[in-house]
Design a protein around this ligand. Structure first.
Ligand code: TYD
Length: 194
């Protein structure tokens, strides 16, 4: 079963994917924890772009870089794990591209680049932009290119559209209130995993 966690920067996808993986492992059976951008060769280039590294490719290449990273991710990691019967938990997948990259490229074009297998369940951690920004500030460190109020507001609106779109084509999306304690949010997610 292929499970995906989605949400704005600061929504808690990383914390919750760690907790979900630990809980599923405790049930027994193989669980593969993964994320996008990946730690593979294309993912490393993407992280340079997101940090604003001057030597990295331009921001305009991101829709293709994310799609290439995803193809690599599916081939090397996700598909083999699913064939073994494992649970795969991915921190972000193509919904992130459809939402984030549609800021710079029309949604239909981003969707055309992302004709990949759909997850069994996508959990969307719903957290208001103000709360995401507060968490990003508290976390400290360098900000990536999308971690600004105006961008996050546009990405939040894009996610609304994207989640409706994928539901219309038959995907299962579960919206979770991401403003509770990490434990509350975790329990809400786990309760929905078959
Ligand atoms: P993030 O999960 O925040 O990684 P990290 O915790 O290592 O910073 O993801 C990095 C950023 O990449 C985040 O702002 C979302 C963005 N992103 C896209 O724009 N498109 C995509 O397809 C994916 C997977 C991520």
């Amino acid at each position: 079963m292929f499970l995906v966690l989605e949400g704005l920067d600061g929504a808690g996808t990383t914390t919750q994917s760690e907790r979900l993986v630990a809980a599923l492992r405790a049930r027994g059976g193989e669980v593969v924890q993964t994320r996008e951008p990946t730690d593979g060769p294309v993912g490393l280039i993407i992280r340079d772009v997101l940090r604003g590294d001057q030597r990295a490719p331009s921001v305009e290449t991101l829709p293709w870089l994310f799609a290439a990273d995803r193809a690599d991710h599916l081939t090397r990691k996700v598909e083999p794990a699913l064939r073994r019967g494992a649970y795969v938990v991915s921190d972000r997948y193509y919904h992130s591209s459809l939402a984030y990259q549609s800021l710079t490229l029309p949604l239909e074009k981003v969707a055309a680049l992302n004709d990949f297998r759909s997850p069994h369940i996508t959990f969307f951690l719903d957290v208001p932009v103000d709360e995401c920004l507060a968490r990003i500030t508290k976390r400290g460190g360098e900000r990536e290119i999308y971690e600004q109020r105006d961008k996050l507001e546009r990405i939040a609106a894009a996610y609304d559209k994207v989640l409706d779109l994928v539901e219309q084509r038959g995907e299962t999306v579960i919206r979770i209130d991401g403003t509770g304690t990490p434990k509350d949010v975790h329990e809400a997610i786990l309760a929905a995993v078959p």
